[in-house]
Every structure is written in structure tokens, then in C-alpha cells.
Unconditional design. Sequence first.
Length: 448
Amino acid sequence: MIDHVIILAGGKGSRMNSSKSKPVHDFAGKPLIRWAYDLAKQCKPKFIHVVHGQNNQTDFAPLIPDATIRWVCQKKPNGTADALMCALDGIDKGQFLVIYADMPLVNVSDIQSMLNLQGELKLLSVRHDNPYGYGRLIHDDYGNPSAIIEEVDATNEQKQIQEVFTGILSGCVEQVKNWIQSLDNKNKQKEYLLTDIIAKAYKGKHSTHAHCSKNSVAFSGINSMAELVKLQRIYYEERAYEFLNKGVKICDPARFECQGEVDIGYDTEVRPNVSLMGPCSIGSNCFIGENAVLSHVQMGDHASIMANSVLDHTYLAAFSKVGPFAYCRNGTVVADYAEIGSFVETKQAYIGQRSKAKHLSYLGDVDIGKNCNIGAGVIVCNWDGKKKHKTVLGDHVFVGSDSQLIAPIHLEDYAFVAAGTCITKNVPKHHLSIGRNKQLNKPRPTKV
């Protein structure tokens, strides 16, 4: 059992070339620091500690609003061992685990495999085909880790070693404190390095063991914007293939984005350049067209979203259809077989069964009943300059093109609004409402 998880997040991240701290940067819909925090929570420790640099606690705290976190400031960036010591100074005893705020894809199963090892100091390693830049893990004749050599300090022979240290380790607070206190910074970086405690432990005849993960990508650290984007693309493609293996047709895994909790049913087709931001629940036999963006969306079976549509906090029932170029947001509900067409925007709108709004309309704060027709260019005027008002349409209502419905208003069942009408009063059941000016045809004085 782990008593303490320590997240190291104090680096400057200068290679990001950004005004923001590295752990604040978004990775697949979540800040890097949040990925580390979520991993820490999965380890079920008694306490979580975050080591940060000067002045960036205020950046991190809103991203992981947990009052139980212990924030530790590393006043001067002086190496990873110094960062760990900043956290250990406030801990008396127990087992700890070190993780990092720039490694978003670390799997808790690898962490658990490492923690299950016997030994006083436990390491997590991985094999890299191209280990450049990583600390090489040196083993003794019995296969036990004896040292870690950083890239800049490695000999040519040591640089050929492909097993590298991920930076993740676990040990006893009291022991590691002693090892760190005996370290020096006589290396090319002039820093106190966490990697040096492995040699200290080994030379002191303490047992050291390493779990070597098979997933090298998961332990890729992010140091630049290019590395962030590259790793994010790998993550998106992995998710695309997970869906493909479940019977979802992701037409181009290289042009697919998926963030957060997303579930997609079998035989659904997702066209290129679709972006899904969870939580999203998508049924079976659905269709999502090119360049669609979905955030907090539910789709019933056989629902369709055509190309270039944007949906946010929207529910589509079975066999409904939206788009192309539609914008549905803020609590829109599209019932069975209903249709929202091109250049229609909806907000807090309920579109009843088999009702249609197919062209160039704004439908805000409106309840529309069954089998209604909303003509092209219809505007629901829901805002009076101070507050929003509700519009209600019954069943089988027809609203002609280029009409305005000025809320609050109620159009009862089978009401008919003629094209070009501005509605300011309720329309009773089975009534026709027409409010446009009388057409006049006059002869012109001269020929054109």
C-alpha cells in the first residue's frame, strides 16, 4: 500500500516556449497536471503532494480542486532529487511513489506491477528502440538495478543500452531521505538527480528491483509543444483503433479526435476530422459526418449528424437528423425522426417527433410539438434586452418562411403562420395568422 504519491511539477518547461507553465497545457482535453492527479488517485494513497515552482500554485490549484492536496514549493529548480526532498521534508514516514506532471499516458497497471515487486527501492523502466535522451538502467550480474546513467554522462557503450529509467520509483521515506542528503551535484547539469539514489541504495546493499513495461509510448515525457502534439496524436489514434475493434467504423484514424469518456455503438460510421469531447454516448448504426464537433452529446440508435455541424450539450433521439452546418447547444433535444437542417441554430430547444426546421433558423428557448414545420428564415425572438422568454408550439403547427415569433408566445395545435408574419400574440388552435403588409402593384411611370 502507498501512503504518499508525490507529483513532480516544478520544472520551468522552457522548451515549451510558452507563457504558461507546462503542467497547465491541455493534453487531449485535460491539463497535464490533471492527468497526473487522476493517476495518483487511482493509486489510492493516503496523501497526494504536488511539488511546484514559485508562483505557479495559483495556476495549478483550480485545475485540481482538492482541498486535501499538500502543495510544496521548490523555490529554486535544482534537480529532481531536490524536488523530491522538498516534499519528503514534510513527511515523517511511510511508502511513497513519485510520478510526473508531463507523462499523461502512464497506466496504473504498470504502476501496480512495480509496487508489487519485492525490494526496498522499486523502479519502473521501459525499453526504447531509440533511447536517446533517457537515463540508461545498469544491472548487476544478477539482474538487479545498480545505477542509472544520464544521457549526458553516459559512455558510448552505455548509450547502446535500450532499457531506460522512466523516472517513476517507490521507496521508504526515511531511507530515501538519507540517500538524497548524501548526494552531490557533480554532473554536467550541476543538479541533484533522482537517478543517483539508485547507485546509493545499491552500494549500501539495499535491495533494488525494476519492472520493465512493454509500452514505451506511455512513458514518453513532454518537453516541447511538438512532443505534446505528437503524443496527443498517438493517443487519438489508439482510441480510434479501440473503437474499430468494437465494430465502429472510424474512417480515418489519423484524422480522429476523442477526449474524455466516449462510448460508441457498433456499426456507427465516423467520417474524417470528427472531434468528440466527452462525456458522449453514441448509439449503434449512427452517422457522424466530416468536421463535426460534439461535446457532451447523446445520440440514440440510427441518429445522424451531417458534415460541419457543432453540437454541445445536446440529445438526439433515435432516427433524428442534424445538419449539415447546424449548431445545437445548451440543452437542445431533438426527438425521434425530427430534423434540424442547414444553418439552423438551436438553444434550450425541444424539437418534437417528426418536426422539421431545415433551413436558416434560430430556435432559442422553444418547445416544439410533433409534426411541426419551421420554414426557412424563422427566428424565435427570445430576448427582450433584459431576460429570456419561452415560446411554445403545439402539435402540427406550420410556421411559414421568414416569420418572427416574439416570445413569450404560444401557438396551439394546428396553428398556421403565413410566411413573412411577425407573431406577437398567441395563435389559437386551427387558426391562420397573417401579419404582413398588404401588397400593392402600381404601374411604373417609365419603361425600364
